[in-house]
Design a protein around this ligand. Structure first.
Ligand code: ADP
Length: 456
């Protein structure tokens, strides 16, 4: 088994849903606790304020109502007179002796000052607020003391509201279940992605795509990006397959010719004249194959970025001029090649630059008309060296123009002309290797103009 193959077990969904639901529940629980604490403390503070203001009101009202104070001081046996709105009243004389009303021995030791603000005290394990008011009748002074139960402390309050505590586990179960199903539905697109990726892995069918929900949310965007990545991968794989098949096809012809020539050669072994022709033909096919293999190697090296093509400062003018001269010698169509060359030097790989320029000039001649014209110009423009090769040849059909830079692409009309369809692809690759680009303009039947810009 392939060492790098994906173990299907690793594709099993870990329970992200459960994890998210647990986190969600935990956060919810924290929010509940904080919220409840705030509510309880607000509630306590409100209770406290109410108790204090009731206490003050009842004690003050009693102190100001002289007939009522008289009744209380003179001792009524009706205890309901000493209680109002949960405030219990008791009367002390100036010496602190209990005279009437509720009696709590623990309260006797408390100071009998006429406080303006209620004070807090413990009584029988509970908390109370109390306040004293001084009243005078015609002969004596008395203190009216009122007490009211203080608000419960937090634990007491929680204890007294056990039902709230009882709802917490129910809330938690509801939050956990709700959270689980919510996360499950949120993560559905992720499940789709995983399933599609897994299907692609199993079937090696790169044409499958993840279904997008069109909502434009983050997961939808992610699905679109992954689909775009699949598009690219599919195109690249297709191009790779096409490339391999094209290379095999291009190599098959010379190999067949070589084998056929060899067989024929064995039959004609006694005729030296014919044998020489056979060897020449074999050599021609050998050159073809070697050219093809070298071009392929160059593509690979450029793509892999291996520094096999170092750049240095070179005189481009000299190189272009010498290529034009060479072409004049081999041209068999009586084509006039004119040059318009500025002095330009640039940091290039000389071998590559020659190959690129040579390909363009060769094409201009190859696809040029008998007695036609080819013009080569070289100039400097800003950071770039600009090379233009124009001809008045057969031109390129509009529908072919976007494809001429593809490897092995040959315009149908030029099938009669020899070629592999790799020249322009190499021109483009070399231009890009030098930080530039290549472009073409052409009118069918009128001619073409190829421009290459490379960084100086
Ligand atoms: P090849 O010349 O080996 O076919 P190229 O990659 O150099 O491959 O060119 C690709 C195609 O572009 C050619 O088949 C031809 O149709 C077209 N082409 C290139 N240069 C010219 C030109 N100067 N004039 C017309 N057509 C051209």
């Amino acid at each position: 088994m392939n060492q790098h193959a994906i173990d299907p077990k690793t594709l099993k969904p870990r329970s992200l849903k459960l994890k998210m639901a647990l986190w969600y529940t935990f956060i919810l629980l924290m929010i509940c606790i904080v919220f409840m604490s705030v509510i309880l403390s607000i509630y306590r503070s409100a209770e406290r304020k109410t108790a204090i203001s009731t206490l003050e009101k009842i004690v003050d009202d009693t102190a100001l109502n002289s007939s009522k104070t008289d009744t209380l001081i003179n001792g009524t046996s009706d205890y309901s007179a000493f209680i109002a709105d949960d405030v219990q009243l008791m009367i002390y004389d100036e010496n602190g002796e209990h005279v009437a009303g509720f009696f709590y021995p623990e309260l006797n030791s408390l100071p009998l000052t006429s406080d303006t603000v209620p004070a807090r005290t413990e009584l029988g394990g509970n908390s109370y607020y109390y306040i004293n008011r001084l009243v005078k009748d015609s002969t004596n002074a008395y203190y009216i003391r009122g007490i009211i139960a203080a608000e419960n402390d937090l634990t007491e309050m929680i204890k007294s509201h056990r039902e709230i505590l009882a709802t917490i586990p129910v809330l938690l179960v509801m939050a956990l279940t709700g959270g689980y199903f919510l996360t499950r539905s949120f993560l559905k697109p992720v499940r789709n992605m995983r399933r599609t990726a897994d299907e692609i892995r199993r079937s090696s069918d790169l044409s499958r795509r993840i279904r997008t929900n069109g909502r434009g949310d983050e997961l939808d965007e992610l699905a679109k990006v992954i689909n775009a990545m699949f598009d690219k991968l599919e195109n690249d794989f297709e191009a790779q397959k096409q490339f391999t098949s094209n290379v095999s096809h291009e190599l098959r012809t010379p190999v067949s010719v070589i084998l056929a020539q060899c067989e024929y050669g064995f039959d004609k072994a006694d005729d030296p004249e014919e044998l020489l022709q056979i060897i020449a033909s074999i050599q021609e096919q050998g050159y073809k194959m070697s050219g093809l293999i070298n071009t392929m190697l160059m593509f690979t090296r450029i793509e892999q970025g291996t520094e096999k093509y170092p750049k240095s400062e070179n005189d481009l003018t000299e190189t272009v001029h010498s290529l034009c001269e060479d072409m004049r010698i081999i041209d068999g169509k009586n084509i006039t090649i004119t040059e318009d060359l500025e002095d330009v030097t640039a940091n290039v790989n000389k071998e590559m630059f020659s190959l690129m320029t040579g390909n363009l000039i060769q094409n201009a001649v190859k696809y040029g008309k008998e007695n036609g014209h080819v013009n080569v110009t070289l100039k400097s423009s800003g950071d770039y060296a600009v090379l233009k090769v124009s001809d008045d040849g057969i031109g390129i059909p509009e529908e072919d123009l976007p494809h001429i830079w593809e490897r092995f692409y040959r315009s149908d009309k030029s099938r009669s002309t020899k070629g592999t369809g790799l020249g322009l692809a190499l021109v483009k690759e070399i231009a890009e290797y030098h930080g530039g680009f290549a472009e073409a303009e052409s009118t069918e039947g009128k001619g073409s103009c190829f421009t290459v810009k490379i960084r100086k």
